[in-house]
Design a protein around this ligand. Sequence first.
Ligand code: ZN
Length: 602
Amino acid sequence: MSSDRPAVHYLITPSRPAAHLFEVRCTVSTPDPAGQILRLPAWIPGSYMIREFARNIVAIRAEADGKPVGLEKLDKHSWKTAKLRKGGDLVVTYEVYAWDLSVRAAHLDDSHAFFNGTSVFLAVEGQADRECLVELRRPEGKRYRDWKVATALSPAHGRKGAAKPHGFGLYRAADYDELIDHPVEMGEFANAQFEAGGVAHEIVLTGRHDCDLARLSADLGRICNWHIGLFGGKAPMNRYLFLAMIVGDGYGGLEHRASTALLASRKDLPWAGMEKQSDGYRSFLGLCSHEYFHTWNVKRIKPAAFTPYDLATENYTRLLWAFEGFTSYYDDLALVRSGVIDQAAYLELLGKTISNVLRGPGRCKQSVAESSFDAWIKYYRQDENSPNAIVSYYAKGALIALALDLQLRKASGGRSSLDDVMRLLWQRHGTTGVGVAEDGIFAAVAEVGADSGAALARWLRKTVEGTDDLPLARMLKDFGVAYEASAATKAPTLGVKTSQANGDLKLATVFDDGPAQRAGLSAGDTLVALDGIRLTQANFEELLGRRPAGSEVEIHAFRRDELFSVKAVLAAPAQDAIKLSLAPRPAAAARRLRSGWLGDAA
Ligand code: ZN
């Protein structure tokens, strides 16, 4: 619905790129006469951490009828105006500092402007369900003459100044929730268009790159088509935008209802003449696939705890293993099922996920349900002890999805699968907007699993609330996949993760109950010598490799600026490098299950 006088009108200009400042003018046509409260979100949906975006507002003032109005700060992210005369507009003008090169906030210099609405648009209390108009204005100066706009926000069709494709001008959102779910990029970007499921898709690349856009579009097109097909063939959005910032070294993505913001490394993009698909390109496609799956799973099928979001504080759910873990399972699975990678490449990726989970001792202490609930203070705020204390609801959640998928397929002789669970969730929750209750996934599994449903739902509940390792070797065997565990290196281990700083060999993490911890070494210690020989990052593995497991070594190290020495007993390396491969001669039943699971392509 639209009216002639929209409730809230935002004008945003990248006004001072060199100072990384956006100017925002928010006009409220029907403010609360008792004093209008305005508030910036404390977090951005999809990234479960309190970020207090209001800390980047550097100047703010209010006017009504052309005269200044008092503005009182209520708390870290809220303001309230003085009493207002009825019938007048309230105009709040502020600057936002934007120098965070991530997918979560805002970034502005004279090469481009990027923002998420959560960083720049104050919410007008009491009017969150009103229509919003957004005018995007080009910065002044010759330098910005060729800037274009990329966003999945809808142009304000039918209104004066409505934006043209890739244009500055007027856009609209039905409400505040929609307003902040469409990141905006401005600059001189490269782009390519493709179609999937009858819907226009676009990929936009900002930053220097030598990407083969035709190849990337073709691969993304196959992946997007596959996802749309999984959910019944009709896409829930009428356009989709991949918005990628290309940098020397970076990785990240954040999902939105009709777009995704990505941060990617230049070397991970395909180039003209690239013959073999690089690991980096595979991982970039996996990232795109992940964010695209979220278009259904978490943007529309949502935990009840997110309907609606409370952007002022933490929103707790124990279900991120389903919303992030299932998404992590389907991201790579979509690559093989759409034929973008082959089965051997998929099994290699899956083996890496299993290895990653097995390498974290925290998996024995925290369940994925607990990890979901505490994402705000643990997964998103990792430190040197995190590998000992937490489990990733992404990686272990993906393995739980795999185990669930394999069991559903086996119990039904391949007639039902996790795909059916996703479709059921889509019908019940995605198309209706009804949130998924904290036990809603178990209920869906019980329903899809038919005769074995109740037992599978009990297994799932026990698994997500527990810390046991999954019996994947046995499960995969039924699908004609061989599981082989070996040590990642031949060298015995000290049980540490190291990092290099200024040429020093530093301990980043000391694993629980490993040789280094037993000897008294700590994260942050700088190792200087092993049995009297100077240690560097380069010779660390090599020196360990020349000693047998069980032998004692003397280590000299600094803690702060104090030198000390310890004796440590080296342990045998863990058998935690998992290699999966297609079993050469699987039984007919296993072959059928395997091709149902991975598709028919060899
Ligand atoms: Zn995700």
